[in-house]
Design a binder for this molecule. Structure first.
Ligand SMILES: *Cc1c(COP(=O)(O)O)cnc(C)c1O
Length: 369
């Protein structure tokens, strides 16, 4: 069979996403019992107990197709966020909403502007549709909005901005958002990805939803995968003008968000205590890691998310494999456009301290030769 002939040319060079090694594989391969996984920015406190209860209460319903419109979750979010219900689009994770944006609006050659480095879903989804990807280098690990605006031309359909950005943890301030909204042609989408919204504690972080009624080209993305601790259930959403939502709905599979994800997300929204604990643990871990990684000379980039990107290559040749062999899974920056860096999810106090201890051991061994 000529497999090459039937594959679409756009996907022939598309890399398959690699999430890295899982906990079980590390246990087996390295014979370590205690594995700490801080590679995918999951909530170290786990899901809300209220979400777990809600899932248990709904198990019997899994023989029935879910509500494709996410009616209950939609109404809850509309009320909580003060946004009309018809402005929501739900996805099997926010990743799927990013797919919808490309499926609905991008023909071969249409351009998407994004930072460099940036979150892989933006360019992987874009490549699938044969989009032309315009990468604009970060400045000091942050988006440079004027340069991104300069990269917009007649072929551009959307600009993608993660804030906090992945993999750097940096945010755009209000001025950045207003510069973007003011500078973009009205028919170019601004996809403002706030997957880590709940973790931000820096004043000056704009309330993007305040702009949603005035700017029909603004699309805000949020998720239940991070602070809400539901990454495994896959539920995320976008907020946009009803006409944009209408187009995204046309490319959405009918039952894309499963019923357990929907009830869990509703319950997680109600569990404000769990969100507060998660934020507090993260804030404490952020302070600890900034100070400890700084002390070790690893230049942690000040983060507004639940992960921290830090540098090792001026101190040691490789770090990720050495951590892995000791049961600590982090993400090597090389796979994120940041060679010589590591992206580590902020864990519990105990996990963070363990990682710092192991890094110190590794550095000491290196010095000992
Ligand atoms: C984690 C993440 C998302 C959300 O992913 P889900 O598909 O909802 O799990 C979106 N954008 C960025 C930048 C992320 O890091």
């Amino acid at each position: 069979m000529d497999f090459q002939r039937i594959a679409r040319p756009q996907i022939k060079d598309l890399p398959v996403y690699s999430p890295g090694m899982g906990t079980d594989e590390v246990r087996r391969r390295y014979g370590v019992t205690d594995v700490i996984k801080l590679a995918s920015n999951e909530n170290p406190l786990g899901p809300s107990p209220m979400a777990l209860e809600a899932i248990k209460g709904s198990l019997e319903e899994v023989s029935v197709y879910p509500d494709g419109a996410c009616t209950v979750l939609r109404a809850r979010l509309a009320e909580k966020l003060g946004v009309p219900a018809e402005r929501f689009i739900f996805g099997n994770g926010t990743d799927e909403v990013i797919d919808f944006i490309f499926f609905a609006f991008f023909n071969e050659g249409d351009a998407a502007v994004m930072g460099d480095p940036t979150f892989s879903s933006y360019f992987l989804s874009g490549m699938t549709m044969g989009a032309s990807l315009r990468y604009v280098p970060l400045h000091e690990h942050s988006h440079h909005v004027e340069e991104m605006l300069s990269a917009v031309d007649g072929a551009t359909k959307a600009v993608f901005v993660g804030t906090p950005h992945n993999p750097t943890g940096t945010i755009c301030d209000r001025e950045d958002l207003e510069t973007m909204l003011g500078g973009l042609p009205p028919d170019v989408l601004l996809v403002w990805d706030e997957a880590y919204y709940e973790y931000v504690d820096r004043p000056g972080y704009p309330e993007s939803l305040d702009y949603i009624m005035e700017y029909p080209n603004l699309v805000v993305l949020r998720t239940f995968s991070k602070v809400y601790g539901l990454a495994g259930l896959r539920v995320g959403y976008g907020i946009a003008h009803p006409q944009i939502v209408d187009y995204l709905e046309r490319v959405r599979p009918p039952f894309n968000v499963n019923s357990l994800a929907q009830v869990a997300a509703c319950a997680a929204l109600d569990d404000t205590g769990h969100v507060e604990r998660s934020r507090a643990v993260n804030a404490e871990g952020k302070r600890f890691l900034a100070s400890e990684l700084g002390r070790l000379g690893m230049d942690p980039i000040p983060t507004q998310a639940n992960f921290v990107l830090f540098r090792f290559d001026h101190l040691i040749e490789s770090l990720t494999p050495k951590l892995l062999a000791r049961g600590i899974i982090v993400r090597d920056g090389a796979s994120l456009g940041y060679p010589g860096y590591v992206r580590m999810t902020i864990g519990t106090g105990e996990q963070n301290a363990a990682v710092i201890g192991v890094i110190e051991e590794i550095l000491a061994e290196e010095e000992g030769g």
